[in-house]
Every structure is written in structure tokens, then in C-alpha cells.
Design a protein around this ligand. Structure first.
Ligand code: ZN
Length: 344
């Protein structure tokens, strides 16, 4: 078996060929959010042979994810494995030749350069507009293309933002107020709607990487709006808005407005997330912390995460300094637990 055998069926396509396959192997892609959309994008692009992928996600795999997310298994849930780490392991098993860089952290403005500045293409696997507006500001400012993809209920949307073309804020000028849109937690989501939207977005990514047709130069964006239940995909043409606050007037406020790092109740589960210290990505010595807390409860550690099962609750400590304290919705209780464990 040679590596050519691995991708033989797509090399045979006139749209890809040997030249396209080489471009895929040389491509560097970042996927922001490795949940439903991000895991499917990572699997499709990994199997297609995209040579480098940075997978950015702050969360761990949960049982309720498995209905729609690719790459993850029940064993990942049982091990409280971070999504970025679990996805990287699965992709390494699919194709050991891929270079996968898992990053278990939030994408924040002051980390955008480090996490997105050295890739050719950014893919949206997030579920929130705060991160999408940050990605849009960064990518438009730096001339890096990015692909928006979202799904909720039975519907999805995707469109590709290329340098010089319309951007996210030509389409959605301001972030929708928090709580104003349905989410997967409130409205549910059909797994096949994710499959559809990510199939379209991954194809757009492949077309951009191999420089197919007008994929890199389109001055109009093709916004695709799909309904998986009805089986319909509508294409909407979107032009640039000269008054766009981002690509029109060149302002990039989401790169400077630090998102408030506050304790947050996690949607859909009884837990509080305490933020990491702002600024550069921290790198805690989880082994040393495990040794200190081992008398308090059962522990389990990976490169990115220390899980501590205290008698009354489960605590997840990430290498970047974030902590998720389970079985409470009270931030004060969570801070007490953190102080007890870390001696702060
Ligand atoms: Zn714009």
C-alpha cells in the first residue's frame, strides 16, 4: 500500500487529480470549535488528506454529543477526554501521516495571532457569534479566508469569506443579543443537518485549497441555506456592503474588546466554569497538581486535563488554567472548590 492508494478515488476526479492532492497535503487549516460541525469538518478534511490541522476546542466530550458528532466514542466520554485531544487521537488512527495539533483552550482575541496567524484557511466549528465575529475581524484584517458554518434544529447555513469578498458582517452586521437565537441546547439539532452543512463547507474548503475555478476570487458570496428535513438547499447571492463595519470601514473591534472572563454556568449541565487567567496560554504542571490533590479523591490525567472525583462532585482542571466544577450552579461554591484544590 502506498499513500497514493489512500486517496486514489479522489485523485481520479478531474476536479482534484495529483495536483489537487499535493495542494491538500501542503495545506494548513485551523478548525475553531471541535463539536458537531468541527468534528465532521476535521474528519472529512483529514480523510481527504489535508496535511496540517489545528483543532481548537475548550470542552470535553459528553454523552449528549455522540448523537451528532464525528470522531468521538463512549470511551472518550468515560475518560472526560477533551474534544480536541479525542479528535486528534481518532484522526491519527485514521491517517498517521496527518499532522494534527490539538489546542484545549478558548479562542480569545489576544491568542488569535498565535492560533490562526499561520494557517491558510480557518473553518468555523463554533456554536456562538462572539467567536465568529472575532474570527471574522482577524481573518479580514489578515487576508485569511474562512468558512462560516452553523446548524440548529433541522436547518443550517454556510458561506465562504474570501479576501476582498463580502464578510460575515456584510451579512450579519452586529452580533445577535445573547439569548435571542435558538441554540442546540434550547431547540435541539438533527445530526443529518450537521452532516449536510459540513459536507458543503468541507467541499468549499477543498475547492479553496486546490484553487478551483473562482473559489479564491469570488466577489459575491454564495450563502447556502439548507433544510435537512425538507431536503432543500437554497443559494443566496450576497454582495459586499460598502458600509460594512468590518471590511468596509476597516474597524476590527472584536480584536481589541477582551471578552469578559467571568465564571459561567454551563448551558445544559449543572456545572460552573471558572475562567483561565487572561493573556498568553497558561501551561499548568498537571502532574504536580495531581500529586498534591491525590488524597482528596480519585484522579485521572491526560496531557491536557486533570479530572478529580471528589466525594461530592467532579472537577475538571484544564492545562490552560480553566476549571469546570460539577454539581453546582453557584459560582461562589466553585471558587471555594478551586481555592481548596489549588491553594489560591
Ligand atoms: Zn463586510
Amino acid at each position: 500500500m502506498t499513500d497514493t492508494d489512500r486517496h486514489a478515488r479522489q485523485i481520479r476526479l478531474p476536479q482534484i487529480g495529483e495536483h489537487g492532492q499535493r495542494a491538500l497535503a501542503a495545506a494548513r487549516v485551523a478548525i475553531v470549535g471541535v463539536g458537531a460541525n468541527g468534528s465532521h469538518l476535521a474528519e472529512t478534511l483529514g480523510r481527504a488528506g489535508v496535511g496540517f490541522m489545528r483543532l481548537i476546542d475548550r470542552d470535553v466530550v459528553e454523552l449528549s454529543n455522540l448523537q451528532r458528532q464525528a470522531l468521538f466514542t463512549t470511551a472518550d466520554v468515560e475518560a472526560s477526554r477533551p474534544k480536541a485531544e479525542a479528535a486528534a487521537r481518532a484522526l491519527a488512527a485514521i491517517d498517521p501521516g496527518l499532522v494534527i495539533e490539538p489546542v484545549v483552550a478558548d479562542l480569545l482575541a489576544d491568542r488569535a495571532e498565535a492560533l490562526l496567524g499561520d494557517v491558510d484557511l480557518v473553518l468555523d466549528g463554533t456554536d456562538n457569534f462572539a467567536t465568529r465575529f472575532l474570527v471574522n475581524d482577524f481573518c479580514v484584517q489578515r487576508g485569511i479566508p474562512w468558512i462560516y458554518a452553523g446548524a440548529v434544529g433541522v436547518e443550517g447555513q454556510t458561506f465562504t469569506i474570501v479576501p476582498g469578498g463580502p464578510c460575515l458582517r456584510c451579512y450579519v452586521p452586529e452580533p445577535p443579543p445573547a439569548g435571542s437565537l435558538p441554540t442546540c441546547d434550547t431547540a435541539g439539532v438533527l445530526g443529518s443537518a450537521i452532516n449536510l452543512v459540513t459536507a458543503l463547507a468541507a467541499t468549499e474548503a477543498i475547492r479553496w485549497i486546490i484553487d478551483d475555478g473562482d473559489a479564491r476570487t469570488a466577489t459575491e458570496a454564495r450563502v447556502r441555506v439548507l433544510d435537512a428535513w425538507a431536503g432543500t438547499v437554497h443559494m443566496m447571492s450576497l454582495g459586499r456592503d460598502p458600509a460594512c463595519p468590518c471590511c468596509g470601514s476597516g474597524e476590527h473591534p472584536f480584536l481589541t474588546s477582551a471578552r469578559a472572563a467571568t465564571a459561567a454556568e454551563l448551558c445544559g449541565r449543572e456545572a460552573i466554569q471558572l475562567p483561565a487567567p487572561p493573556g498568553e496560554l497558561a501551561s499548568l504542571d498537571l502532574g504536580a497538581i495531581e500529586a498534591r490533590v491525590t488524597s482528596l479523591g480519585e484522579t485521572q490525567r491526560s496531557a491536557f486535563l486533570l479530572r478529580i472525583d471528589l466525594p461530592e462532585r467532579r472537577v475538571l482542571l484544564f492545562r490552560d488554567g480553566r476549571m469546570i466544577v460539577g454539581d453546582t450552579t453557584d459560582a461562589a461554591v466553585a471558587r471555594t472548590v478551586r481555592a481548596k484544590l489549588l491553594g489560591e
